[in-house]
Write a protein that binds this ligand. Sequence first.
Ligand SMILES: N[C@@H](CCC(=O)N[C@@H](CS)C(=O)NCC(=O)O)C(=O)O
Length: 233
Amino acid sequence: MIDLYFWPTPNGLKLKLFLEETGLPHRLHLVDIGKGEQFEPDFLKISPNNRIPALVDQDPPGGGAPLSVFESGAMLLYLAEKTGRFLPADVHGRAQVLQWLFWQVAGLGPMAGQNGHFAVYAPDKVPYAIDRYVRETNRLYGVLDRQLARHAFVAGEEYSIADMACYPWIVPHAPHGQDLDDFPHLQRWFETIKARPATVRAYEGVAAPYAGRGNLSEEERRILFGQTAAAVR
Ligand SMILES: N[C@@H](CCC(=O)N[C@@H](CS)C(=O)NCC(=O)O)C(=O)O
């Protein structure tokens, strides 16, 4: 049994995609990050970075004590290795998936995240910051489009954890200032993933990106955007 600590954001939804694809038995534990539940001491024990997602595997491979993992990329890799799904066993295929998985967690995710922060959430719309992140998101979409012109999926010809990492960050393409018509191969891939039954199930009941979220309360802003080291001491 997998306990998934979750909130329906792009990083959380990566894991939901994996669990829906595999049908791995799991329980969802909602962590309302707007209310500050990511700072609960019990949650910090499994996610010391006070971010969702995180998981606890009650039956880790080989037995032993329950095992916790935080960071969405590490979690996808852990689950792929546990199940033998969505990560090729051969050295070439595995390297392809891992490089695109790391590209997503170190590049597309943080850049698109800052894009959303400055374009949607920031009370002052700072043109330099918005331009910087909209352009960088655009460049990253170009990289993906080029890769997808040559391959069916992000890391080759099979659907993998690299696709699951990228897809939730392409969903908010419009609020991130991107037009998928400019990226035909990315658009083809996006529509393919969107139509997968597991994707449809993972996104059931999930609001459109940023729906109503530009208007965070003062308290939510303080909790989400006012964090210093004091928040986790
Ligand atoms: N690098 C982390 C990023 C996780 C992350 O940023 N999670 C956000 C939601 S998408 C969060 O928990 N935010 C809570 C906060 O800012 O306190 C990952 O890939 O898991």
